[in-house]
Each structure stands twice: as structure tokens, then as C-alpha cells.
Design a protein around this ligand. Structure first.
Ligand SMILES: C[S@@+](CC[C@H](N)C(=O)[O-])C[C@H]1O[C@@H](n2cnc3c(N)ncnc32)[C@H](O)[C@@H]1O
Length: 236
């Protein structure tokens, strides 16, 4: 019998494979074009860093390309979905020499220890069934003083903003996402996974327990997204 976690990964691989053509456009529309600002903010932390970098749950290279636009460096970009990777390769002609696409699982990284100077994961952590296992892998493949940057959805702390945001998350996102892509289930999953995902304090605790040191945690756009910037090693 296939364990529940593996079944979940198969479900995601299929879902993301189906929406790949519309993925970036729908994200931008649903986030009112804030998603570009969130990724730009993350890539700003990497502008002075040499490679190699690792971008996990890379999708069609949305974040990898943003990082490369700031400064060309070698990036390994890993995703479960073959469709995401192939779509990404087709549209990234100018950056091809720097991009190394890898089909794989973010919880079982096919890389040697201490290989990367930075690891990024944007809107991917929430999808992983075993977050602790993934964090162990992040720690293993990063070199000493390597940077870990996680971009992930969160819920606003302000009760008024939260009361306005929740109906949008619960009803409007599945409705619009379904209408744009023809796959309402994918956007129902998005909405539910955001509501269920751990609060930033819990993620911070997990990272520090594993030995990462906090540089900063930034809530963005009223806290609907959080950027975690951590380092493997002893602070600054
Ligand atoms: C929401 S998309 C994020 C794409 C991109 N990082 C961005 O900034 O928009 C999540 C991606 O994670 C991938 N994914 C889900 N589970 C995964 C796993 N266990 N290992 C690797 N990739 C996974 C999906 O195929 C999908 O492309």
C-alpha cells in the first residue's frame, strides 16, 4: 500500500502539472501582483552571494529567474513535477547556461553534504508532508554560513485584516483559480493548505531547533506572506 505522504506527493505532482501554463499569471492576479514584490524582496538578500544556489519546489523557475535577473550564478532548480520543469526550461532561454533543472523530492535531496551557499524555497514548504525531514535536508546540503530563505503564506495577525482576508482565501481564491485554470480542486487545496499551515513562530522554532540562526523574519502585505531569512552557522 502507498503511504499517505507518498499519495499526497502524487496528488500534488498531478495538480501542479495540470495548471503549469497558467501558474504564474493566476498567482499574480490572485495576489494583486504582490507576488513579484515578495520574490524580489527575497532575491535582494542574495545579490552579493556567489553560487551555487539551490531553489527547491521551483515550479516553472519563477523565483530562480528572479534571482538570476539580479545576478547570473549557477542555480540548481528542483521540483517534483516534470511539466513544471519543462515549461520553465522553454521560457528561460536567456538564463539556460546558469540553470540546472532537477526532478526530485525536496524531502530527499539528491545532493552531497555542504554543497550550496544558499537554499531558497518559495511557496513550497507548506506542500511538504514532513517539514522536519525537509529542514534536516536543508541543513545537510547547505555549507557553513549558508543562507536559507523561505517564502511562505501565513495568516495576518491583525484581527480586522484577518476577518477581511479569510473570506477571500476560503471562497474567492478557489472560485477565481478554478475559473482561470479549470481546476478548482487545485485552488481549494491552496486555500486549505494556507489555513492549516504552521504559524511563523512555529516555523522559526523548528529552524532554530535544527541549528539555524535567525537573521530576520519579515511579514509582508499585512502578514499574508512571511519571508524567513536564516543562516547555518553562528549568527553574523
Ligand atoms: C506553489 S508552487 C511554487 C513555485 C515557485 N517556487 C514560485 O515561487 O512560484 C509549488 C511547487 O512545489 C512542487 N512540489 C510539491 N511538493 C514537492 C516535493 N515534495 N518536492 C519537490 N517539489 C515539490 C510543485 O510541483 C510545485 O511546482
Amino acid at each position: 500500500m502507498i503511504p499517505e505522504r507518498e499519495r499526497h506527493k502524487k496528488f500534488l505532482e498531478k495538480k501542479f502539472g495540470r495548471i503549469v501554463r497558467y501558474y504564474d499569471l493566476v498567482n499574480s492576479l490572485l495576489s494583486l501582483f504582490q507576488d513579484r514584490f515578495w520574490r524580489k524582496k527575497l532575491s535582494g538578500f542574495l545579490k552579493d552571494l556567489e553560487g551555487p544556489l539551490l531553489d527547491l519546489c521551483c515550479g516553472p523557475f519563477t523565483l530562480s529567474l528572479e534571482i538570476l535577473r539580479k545576478r547570473p550564478r549557477k542555480i540548481h532548480a528542483l521540483d517534483l513535477s516534470f511539466e513544471m520543469l519543462s515549461f520553465g526550461m522553454v521560457r528561460s532561454q536567456n538564463h539556460r547556461p546558469y540553470l540546472y533543472p532537477v526532478r526530485g523530492d525536496a524531502e530527499r535531496l539528491p545532493f552531497k553534504d555542504t554543497q550550496f551557499s544558499a537554499l531558497t524555497i518559495a511557496f513550497g514548504l507548506r506542500n511538504l508532508p514532513h517539514v522536519d525531514l525537509a529542514i534536516d535536508e536543508f541543513f545537510r546540503v547547505l555549507r557553513e554560513n549558508g543562507l536559507l530563505l523561505i517564502l511562505e503564506f501565513s495568516l495576518p495577525k491583525n484581527p480586522i485584516i484577518k476577518a477581511l482576508y479569510l473570506p477571500y482565501l476560503k471562497y474567492i481564491i478557489p472560485l477565481l483559480g478554478g475559473a482561470f485554470t479549470g481546476d478548482k480542486e487545485a485552488y481549494q487545496y491552496l486555500s486549505q493548505s494556507i489555513q492549516k499551515f504552521s504559524a511563523p513562530e512555529v516555523i522559526e522554532q523548528k529552524l532554530m531547533k535544527r541549528g539555524f540562526h535567525k537573521i530576520t523574519t519579515l511579514p509582508m502585505t499585512f502578514g499574508v506572506v512571511t519571508l524567513y531569512v536564516f543562516k547555518k552557522g553562528k549568527g553574523y
